[in-house]
Design a protein around this ligand. Structure first.
Ligand code: MRU
Length: 347
């Protein structure tokens, strides 16, 4: 499978693909500290749940790497400030909190070490989180591709490809893997209002990798299911609860309801770092609300009257009853989900 370098790093510098400029321009930008990384996460310059987790991990490193603090206690305080700032960047993708918890535990376990030793450990852990995510992407691709056959037509929503991860994707990984095994899959990509991750990122990624893709506006999906041969829907996730409810990009829920009506299997692909063992069901998932301007003035063009009220949730929750399977790096979880999810989450 081809890998996209969503994030690249050395101990001296961390850079990302500036996703807000795609597909027009593929620009790599260097981030110099945790504030710049946090801003990149908030602006969706780097986005997608696993990529947000990896970005946060490197954000911790960026926040401490140039510290001149020699006193361990004062250094610990600096690290906690960096971690709390990064925790406040985006609320829904649990991978962000997962990665920051991993960092916090690492620092707690090594609190007697010197600041320089801690910096080195934090860098190594960020690299490990990145590498693990690459491996998870390959495994999700391998398990997921078994669900699809040569000639299938799939629908996807938002972007859960290489750009949303360390490089291979979640929902797109099975499609990339199917291609590497000689299967021809055609994808309908929902454009994904209001920020157009489907149009700007998924269509771009699929075309770059030579996969046939047809772009549709979100409100066309039900009609496409009714009038075309659709064999499956595959999306990513920002948070999956113990009962198998799934938070993902706004519009996923209506896609799942439409899939049920048309007898199309609806799959979710996500690494286990996207599962939240603290939350029983989707009603407790915090849903990010975004700036109304993204709806009324998307990409610089005013498309609604001045002063109109706007509600702009960035995610919705799909109840588990609509989901045919959860594709993870350990295998596919089929309903009923509750006990199997707990089993999968055991280390
Ligand atoms: O707001 P975004 O672009 O970060 O939303 C991304 C999604 O909803 C993805 O589907 C999800 O994070 C899974 S990415 C592998």
């Amino acid at each position: 499978m081809h890998r996209i370098e969503t994030i690249s790093f050395t101990p001296e510098s961390v850079s990302i693909i500036e996703q807000t400029l795609l597909p027009g321009e593929k620009k790599i930008v260097r981030l110099n500290n945790h504030l710049e990384m946090g801003d990149a996460i908030k602006r969706l310059a780097i986005r997608g749940a696993p990529a947000i987790g990896i970005a946060a991990a490197f954000g911790v490193y960026l926040g401490i790497k140039d510290s001149v603090q020699k006193d361990s206690q004062a250094f610990s305080k600096e690290i906690s400030d960096v971690i709390s700032y990064l925790r406040g960047t985006r609320p829904t993708a649990v991978n962000l909190f997962w990665a920051l918890d991993v960092m916090e535990n690492l620092i707690e376990k090594n609190k007697d070490k010197s600041p320089d030793e801690i910096k080195e450990l934090v860098y190594q852990k960020a690299v490990e989180i990145y590498q693990d995510d690459l491996d998870r992407g390959i495994k999700i691709g391998e398990y997921g591709e078994t669900l699809f056959k040569d000639g299938d037509n799939l629908i996807t929503h938002c972007n859960a490809g290489g750009l949303a991860t360390s490089g291979y994707g979640t929902a797109l990984a099975p499609i990339f893997m199917a291609k590497s095994k000689g299967k021809k899959i055609h994808v309908y990509a929902d454009e994904t209002r209001p920020l157009l991750q489907g149009a700007r990122l998924t269509a771009w990624e699929l075309m770059e990798q030579g996969i046939e893709v047809t772009l549709i506006a979100d409100n066309m999906a039900a009609h496409v299911m009714k009038t075309k041969k659709i064999d499956g829907i595959i999306v990513g996730a920002d948070r999956i609860t113990l009962n198998g409810d799934v938070a993902n990009k706004i519009g996923t829920y209506s896609l799942a309801i439409n899939a049920r009506e048309h007898g199309v299997p609806f799959y979710v692909a996500a690494p286990l770092s996207t599962f939240d063992p603290q939350i029983e069901d989707g009603s407790d998932i915090p849903i990010e609300e975004r700036d109304p301007l993204e709806v009324t003035e998307g990409f610089g063009k005013r498309t609604a009257p001045e002063g109109v009220q706007v509600f702009s949730p960035a995610f919705d929750v799909t109840p588990n009853k609509f989901i045919a399977g959860l594709i993870t790096e350990k295998g596919i979880i089929y309903p009923p989900f509750r006990a199997k999810i707990e089993e999968f989450l055991k280390v």
